[in-house]
Design a protein around this ligand. Structure first.
Ligand code: SER
Length: 593
């Protein structure tokens, strides 16, 4: 197989799908908009859910991109050869355009003709069929016609060959997965892509999204049949270069080398520590460097970031790597990724400052916390640590629960996690508990209520700019549940009661005026020229949707929205407070009368 760099693979992939009439769309932010049940973008399809459900995409029915993704569900596996909490997904989509045959043919052409993987090195799996959906004979016959012999076409059940929904409900369907066959012995006579012995490494997943899973667990056909594919960039580069692990590829090599040189304590499995540090710091760099600005905190995205940094510090200590090395590693990542993700360069100072502040803060309590752990250990009965002790480690020494669990595990102790949760609730840190639950991620539905709250968010942002007389105020984050909206925006100080009242009045005036919510599609340039607000993530010539609400608001956004501001009935700010340095957070609700 041909050697290839990460940059070459990205470029070849996008050029190939452009030549097949796909519009190249930018990577969305790592922080999804208006999605109450997930903290981070977990797949390329994630920001495209409205379009998979039938809304017309401004750039057409064929799309492709490279999406930055975070998945922390498998955090315990990081340290092996392939798991990462951050990864790049190469994706192409058909929104009601081509389906199985064309999708599979394009994938095969890309793999065998563009990046020159011999057909003999590929195996595929297809859906075996069940009560919800028939056996996928169509995909199997296309693969057969392309030269994959039937011994290398595996029929597998839903557990293996079905993707989605990402949340409880949403678009989903059977998939066909493509594997590289590695040059090693099969683990037994039943060895197949379903086992994880390493003989078969999945590189691409083509999902045929033709169903919608409902809340009662049943599946109904979607209005349009879509294709959603995802190829793991790091894994594919590793396979093509004959690397044992993703940490041997070009995006990790300099960092692994630097960390090896910085380690001062010899340990048998030091490489595992190095892989964990490299992975977590890459993820932290992308979170801190995102235009939607995550900073370490005790809630939601900020808490995930904090956990990653603190966990890396513990593993660094294990092999004598000084915390000062962390910012050097982050800056190396900025350098490696700056062409593909220019936001990292733009936010370089923030990455540096926040990372050094967080490492300093935790380093100061880590030693004391470890001593406290040793002390607590002596009083433990039946090798079980009480929830109260685990909570003390969190509350006083800043130990995220997983650090306590890992330490306990290394010492042959279990932890009463339910007791820990109970203490947590007692201390009314509900939002943080929520962050723990949302760690693995999922997708929300958009309902009429959330659409209205979303519209209110636009009116709120516009009113803040006006009342505070500051046109540089921007949305730094948004989260909408069925009950309330939450908006984070940059502003240096708390709002006064009078300002809060004025903002509320302004939003309520827009509601009372009952103006239509009008959507127009236009180029990003025209949107900017018209003074539309929004996070300008794109570096391509993009067509965007601009939502205008009379003279009140003009904002770039994907929707969905209420059709008239009158639908919102009444608006009230529940809470205004600090989210992180220089960022304020407002929670607000709509009334029904
Ligand atoms: N959504 C599918 C995945 O995440 C394909 O993109 O694997």
């Amino acid at each position: 197989m041909n050697k290839i760099t990460s940059t070459e693979l990205r470029n070849k992939y996008l050029a190939f799908f452009k030549s097949k009439n796909h519009a190249i769309i930018p990577s969305a932010s790592l922080v999804p908009d208006n999605d109450p049940t997930v903290l981070f973008t977990t797949a390329g399809m994630h920001p495209l859910v409205p379009y998979l459900l039938g809304t017309a995409h401004p750039q057409g029915k064929r799309l492709a991109n490279v999406q930055k993704c975070v998945r922390t569900g498998d955090i315990d596996e990081v340290g092996d050869d392939v798991h990462c909490t951050f990864f790049e997904m190469l994706g192409n989509w058909s929104l009601g355009d081509y389906f199985k045959e064309e999708s599979i043919k394009m994938s095969a052409e890309f793999l065998t003709k563009v990046i020159n993987i011999p057909l003999t090195s590929l195996a595929v799996s297809v859906f075996a069929g069940d009560n919800d959906c028939p056996k996928d004979e169509v995909s199997a016959s296309v693969w057969l016609s392309l030269g994959i012999p039937k011994e290398r076409i595996f029929y597998l059940p839903k557990k293996n060959n079905w993707w989605g929904p990402a949340g409880i409900t949403g678009p989903c369907g059977p998939d066909t997965e493509i594997f590289i066959i590695r040059d090693k012995k099969p683990c037994g006579k039943d060895c197949s892509p379903a086992c994880d012995c390493g003989k078969y490494v999945e590189i691409w997943n083509n999902v045929f999204m033709e169903y919608f899973k409902q809340a009662d667990g049943s599946f109904i056909p979607l209005k349009q049949k879509n294709v959603d594919t995802g190829m793991g960039l790091e894994r594919t580069v590793a396979m093509l270069n004959g690397c044992q692990s993703v940490y041997e590829t070009d995006v990790f090599l300099p960092i692994v080398k630097f960390l090896k040189e910085s380690a001062t304590v010899e340990k048998e499995d030091a490489l595992r520590n190095i892989k964990i540090i490299a992975d977590h710091l890459r993820t932290a760099t992308f979170m801190l460097g995102d235009d939607k600005g995550v900073t370490p905190s005790n809630v939601d995205q900020g808490y995930v970031l904090r956990r990653l940094i603190r966990r890396s510090l513990r593993f660094a200590r294990g092999i004598g790597i000084k915390p000062e090395c962390f910012t050097a590693v982050a800056l190396m990542f900025v350098d490696i990724y700056k062409e593909q993700y220019p936001e990292l360069l733009k936010n370089k100072d923030k990455i540096f400052n926040e990372l050094s502040a967080e490492t300093l803060k935790f380093e100061a309590t880590l030693s004391q916390g470890l001593k406290e752990f040793d002390k607590l250990k002596q009083y433990i009965q039946n090798s079980r640590m009480s929830g109260k002790s685990a909570f003390k480690l969190y509350d006083t020494y800043g130990f995220p629960l997983e650090i306590t669990l890992e330490l306990a595990n290394e010492n042959g102790i279990t932890v009463d996690t339910e007791g820990y949760e109970a203490c947590f609730k007692e201390h009314q840190a509900k939002s943080q508990a929520g962050a723990d639950k949302k760690f693995a991620g999922g997708l929300a539905d958009s309902t009429e209520e959330t659409a209205k709250l979303h519209t209110a968010t636009h009116l709120l942002l516009a009113s803040l700019k006006e009342v505070l007389n500051d046109n540089n105020i921007n949305q730094k984050g948004s989260n909408i549940t069925a009950e309330r909206l939450r908006l984070d925006f940059n502003f240096p100080r708390p709002l006064t009661a009078d300002e809060i009242k004025k903002v509320e009045d302004k939003v309520n005036k827009a509601i009372k005026d009952g103006v239509s919510v009008v959507m127009e599609e236009m180029s990003l340039e025209s949107a900017k020229a018209l003074g539309a607000t929004g996070v300008f993530e794109s570096k391509y010539d993009t067509v965007v949707k601009v939502y205008t609400m009379g003279g009140y608001s003009k904002e770039i956004c994907g929707g969905p929205h209420a059709t008239n501001t009158a639908d919102l009935k009444g608006f009230k700010i529940d809470k205004e407070g600090s989210s992180s340095a220089g960022v304020r957070r407002i929670k607000a609700v709509l009334s029904n009368d």
